[in-house]
Write a protein that binds this ligand. Structure first.
Ligand SMILES: [Cu+2]
Length: 225
């Protein structure tokens, strides 16, 4: 009796597996609703942004369909940046053939975003095709900003701050580093491991600096009004 039940259960399991295998083998990927033909181009007059945490900036992106291209286009950042949001209205954008449409894009820097100057790449995607726009985003530091000295590097290496901001270099390496102005405006002297050094920047300008024991360690600070 037990043997019979066992064989029955085994039979059901095998049947179910054959069924599943059949479903898997006959299932084809759903074709996309529209496969884009041709290509498209995106341009923007504004590509370089200087924003404070909490700030938002609207700009225009122009999309042109080329060679009979018609598709839904969506937008995003090529590489997401923590604390940075990028939105385009409308989304998805419906691009008819031979059209040229200008959309409203908004770049938002959240309050907790880390200051620093970086590259930013905007991306428009239509199925397997995508186009990118390269720009820069300087998230401006105010009040107090920390530069981490770690792995023989300054982070951020390139930084924009408001006049009157205090920068603190925090040494997280196991060896001493310095923050030394290339023009001799300041010199921290040795900052021991796990120690820090601060300076207030009250004059507008661009300041290059380095680490004296490791001259390949380079940093830049831009002070704006
Ligand atoms: Cu160093």
């Amino acid at each position: 009796m037990n043997k019979l039940v066992l064989m029955g259960v085994l039979g059901i399991v095998i049947a179910a597996e054959i069924g599943l295998l059949f479903v898997l083998m006959t299932q084809r990927p759903t074709p996309p609703l529209s496969v884009p033909v041709g290509d498209f181009a995106i341009t923007s007059a504004e590509k370089n942004f200087v924003l404070l945490p909490g700030d938002s900036k609207s700009f225009k992106i122009k999309i042109q369909s080329v060679g009979g291209f018609s598709s839904d286009v969506t937008f995003k950042l090529y590489t997401p940046i923590p604390g940075v949001q990028f939105k385009v209205e409308p989304s998805p954008l419906k691009m008819p053939k031979d059209s040229e449409i200008t959309v409203d894009a908004t770049l938002t820097v959240l309050k907790d975003a880390k200051p620093g100057n970086r590259n930013i790449t905007f991306m428009a995607v239509a199925g397997p095709i995508f186009q990118t726009l390269d720009g820069t985003l300087n998230i401006v530091g105010t009040d107090r900003v920390i530069i981490q000295v770690r792995f023989f590097d300054f982070g951020p290496r390139d930084l924009t701050i408001k006049k009157g901001t205090t920068i603190t270099w925090v040494n997280q390496d196991d060896v001493a580093h310095t923050s030394t102005s290339d023009k001799g405006i300041w010199d921290s002297g040795d900052i021991a491991p796990q120690r820090s050094w601060s300076r207030i920047f009250s004059e507008v300008g661009t300041y290059a600096y380095h680490c004296t024991p490791h001259p390949y360690m380079l940093g830049k600070i831009t002070v704006i009004d």
